[in-house]
Design a protein. Structure first.
Length: 402
């Protein structure tokens, strides 16, 4: 094992007692280094919080993280926060009955430390990975070259060592299965698929707090003007340009009677032209706002004040903004994708045409026809936790009665 692979021969590891409880080791590598506040980070935070609070039977819960240069070690958790471990912390050792859960999307780190994962596998541990989507392999032009490269290697770890694939939608499960069959590398190595439904309950995800002056100003305007909200990192597949075109059509035909548009999302990759367009429009048009960095507290307030949430994405593994918006009683207009059809419920509408005029018409028709929808509880993170533990064969202690 070379230093380039991230853990070395003779690296110090924990000493395990044979009669110690089973371990559920949860990878939080990416969020420990930087919480970008994206949908995946909200999922990781929410599920980790559920695990941390659960009464698990005969199993020790351990948060781990790896850096590029260091393998998986116990992560520090001061006040519930997740912090990268120091290099002096021993490597985590797993044995038969233990479980490694790749909860965070840390594709390059998992590959970097694949020898450590292989070691766990040889010792009898179960390797379970959450699969958010396989889009970097299906549509590599939507991503930076490094993303597709890292993801291709991550899939190889799943093929070689994975026991359980926790897929966040039926679409992802079917897409992953088709991809692996096409690659033909799963012979003699059965992989069990399990569905991991997600929740739109932002408040249960250890939400970040704070609303700055710009956020307060946007909220004040939203209370006076009907507003379309879009929540997505600015990247090629998300459909920002189409929604901007539709917004400008509405401004051109309806003037001040057109709805405002608020876009929430960090600057991403390969979208410099769209980002410049958004920056220029925010400076020239009082009805458009781009908020590139928002807390969960502000995001919740934005959902609560939106007339409509638009999801024009070309491809997703789930559609977290859809379930978040519906949980806040907001109608949603989404592209008619198979993965979004899985989420179908009252308040969710679909558009099919890619023309700005057609989308503009759909926006106005949906706002006029619906308004706020009945707020349903939807799937809670407790349900997600239950499905997760069932897939991993981990029991919870019965809730106290009386």
């Amino acid at each position: 094992m070379s230093r380039a692979l991230g853990w070395e021969i003779g690296a110090r590891s924990e000493v395990r007692s044979p009669d110690s409880p089973r371990r559920l080791v949860v990878d939080l590598s990416t969020i420990a280094q930087h919480d970008a506040g994206t949908g995946i980070q909200r999922v990781v935070r929410a599920l980790w919080e559920q695990l941390r609070r659960a009464s698990l039977t005969d199993i020790e819960l351990i948060a781990v993280a790896a850096t590029v240069d260091g393998g998986y070690r116990r992560a520090d958790l001061p006040d519930g926060r997740i912090v990268l471990p120091g290099k002096n912390v021993p490597l985590v050792r797993l044995q038969r009955g233990d479980i490694f859960l790749g909860l965070d999307l840390a594709a390059h780190r998992l590959w970097r430390h694949r020898r450590q994962v292989a070691w766990w596998k040889r010792c009898g541990a179960t390797i379970a990975l959450v699969v958010y989507d396989v889009l970097p392999l299906r549509q590599p032009d939507w991503f930076p070259p490094s993303t597709a490269r890292h993801f291709s290697r991550w899939i190889r770890v799943l093929e070689r060592y994975g026991d359980v694939a926790l897929c966040i939608s039926e679409f992802v499960s079917e897409d992953l299965d088709g991809l692996l069959r096409t690659r033909g590398r799963m012979k003699g190595h059965p992989l069990r698929y399990a569905l991991l439904p997600l929740s739109g309950d932002i408040g249960a995800s250890r939400p970040s707090r704070g609303v700055d002056d710009a956020g307060h100003a946007v909220l004040a305007r939203m209370r006076e003007h009907a507003t379309v909200l879009m929540v997505a990192t600015v990247e090629p597949r998300k459909g920002h340009a189409l929604l901007l075109d539709a917004f400008e059509r509405l401004r051109g035909t309806l003037g001040g009677r057109a709805p405002d548009l608020v876009m929430v999302g960090r600057p991403g990759w390969r979208t410099e032209v769209v980002q410049q367009r958004m920056t220029d429009l925010a400076q020239s048009c009082s009805a458009f706002h781009w908020l590139s960095d928002v807390s969960d507290e502000l995001l919740t307030a934005l959902y609560n004040n939106a007339a409509l949430v638009a999801v024009p994405s070309l491809g997703e593994g789930y559609g977290l903004p859809i379930v978040e918006a519906l949980r806040h009683g907001r109608p949603v207009l989404a592209r008619d994708l198979p993965v979004f059809r899985e989420l179908q419920q009252p308040g969710l509408y679909y558009f099919q045409s890619d023309t700005p005029d057609a989308l503009a018409s759909s926006i106005m028709a949906t706002i006029a026809a619906d308004g706020p929808v009945a707020i349903g509880d939807g799937v809670g993170w407790d349900v997600s936790l239950m499905r997760l533990l069932e897939a991993l064969d981990v029991d919870q202690a019965p809730a106290p009665t009386g």
